[in-house]
Ligand binder design. Sequence first.
Ligand code: CA
Length: 675
Amino acid sequence: MLRFLLIPALFALSTAAVAAAGAPGSGAATVDDARLRQADREPQNWMTHGRDYAEQRYSPLDQIDADNIGRMVRVWSYETGLKRGHEATPIVIDGVMYATGSWSVVFALDAKTGEELWRFDPEVPKAVGAKACCDVVNRGVAVYDGKVYFGTLDGRLIALDAKTGKPVWSVVTVDQSKAYTITGAPRVVKGRVIIGNGGAEFGVRGYVSAYDEKAGSLVWRTYTVPGNPADGFESAALEKAAETWSGGEWWKIGAGGTVWDSMAFDPDLDLLYVGTGNGSPWSRKHRSPGGGDNLYLSSILALDPDTGELQWHFQTTPGDNWDFTATQHMILAELDIAGKTRKVLMQAPKNGYFWVLDRETGEFLSAAPYVDVTWSDGVDPKTGRPQENGSATYDESIAMVKPTAFGGHNWQPMSFSPKTGLVYIPAQEILGAYRFNPKEILTSEHFNTQTDLAIFATLVREVVAGHLLAWDPVAQKEVWRHPYAMPWNGGTLATAGDLVFQGTADGRFLALRAADGHKLWEFHTGSGVIAAPISYAIDGIQYVSIVSGWGGAFALVGGDAAAQAGVPSKGTVHTFALSDQAITPAVLEEMLAGRDEKLAAKEDLYHRWCARCHGVTAISGGAVADLRHSAPDVRAAFVEIVQKGMPGVGMPAFGEILSEDEIRQIQSYVEGKSS
Ligand code: CA
């Protein structure tokens, strides 16, 4: 019975033992357009950033459900060895997981066991960290045609061989003398790798690029804001956009509009959607003193994926003055609205409104505030244009604004369940204060937000909270919420098992009932969670994975409020399954048989004589010394202690039972566990 009880612990704690179990997947990553277009028909895989091109982040897998979630246990974990924010959504294809940590480090793991197959560090110069407004993060990779594509913080796009992790090609996608960074995940559309960049906090001009997946050559590049009109325009769309900028020399600072995260693709309409960021600088008084909407800042752009040409646009915050980007996650779905099935695009950008658009034409269908919105009293019912009420127009006096630059919702992905019809939004309430700072230096080399972050941060400390919000996108109303003491919680995953998963700033990973938000399960990850979970299946077993690792913009700026998370910034991939699915006799046999012979001999000795008190796989349950963390003098006296025992604390003497060689084997096993 004891052995039986210990088995889940063995699985939950012994990455190495489990790692020895399964043969790695083929790793060939034979992903092509046909597979990507039908990604929804492969529920066992998580083939692209949002699972499929519609980016719903809904898994049709239902082995883990609201009734049995209590039996879900961690089956393996992988420590990235990296600190700072971990924002990646892992990709899983045919048994192999590809993910990223901070500093743009990429790794491939056996998705069944967590065994590292390869790891690639692009060696981003650490000085580049100064250009990253929002931490040295990376949101993940794209996989296609046997290659793994990712952007690096210093602006490179790299293709790795999916089997070996060796570089196939690498191209610099930005002017590295400027403050460009890449944190977003690429997408592959029709054989082209689509990549944007960030940097609008420090003075850059936004654009999105498409590279040939084989050659790494540039196919097209679309700027999102006009350059200097005296130089002519790259497109008619930009010429038109320039009419909405007035009186300033915006091009000298860059103007912003960076495509730093969200994308989606509709293969039937042949439209690629990208979200654009804030103005550079934030204050429109500097950018465009004569007024105007400043297209295409804070906009959703529909592009022709073959040419990058603009097909339609919708600006969520005209004349953005507050870092209200429209880079937040976009979800494509079919919704029944007023008796008609509409192909919609949904977004909950930072500005606090939830938008539903017709994704074929960009026609506005509906919008409503999903959090407190103080800067606007509503939207024009015909055009959807949000109406500013003037309360947020700051000058050298302070304006208090909700939401803030952190957003009512930020990059943390939301999810949509076709089963419940609800969107699950990682929402947050942070009161912001903006003040124009005329002393800021206005050159692209020495540039900040032109607002006073000291004021902002003082306030941040006082007024923060977050919640998981279940939103009905048809009725445009809240259905339920699960409150958190902290903002800056992780992205969400909805599943056909009537569940919604979310990690939290205070380091928990939760499962809630999708219909009513009732909390059913939680796990402590050991670090704050900001990334989004995924689900996949191998050999008939459903897995759920989440990357933990506290960081990102709020962790950097939020001071005391962010520190309340009280968890170290340490990157780990955690993978879960139902205990009775993951832990079968066959799996155990395979696991034990797969062990290295020498290790097995030591491990068996340890488990026979030591594990009953010092814990399975040398991990103490806490009541008796954890041998992995023994002091140097104890390590030096290991043999003697085991031979003679320590009667004063109940440690038996093994001198008559174990040979010195056996004791040294046990010590070697323990030492191996302590690294
Ligand atoms: Ca920004």
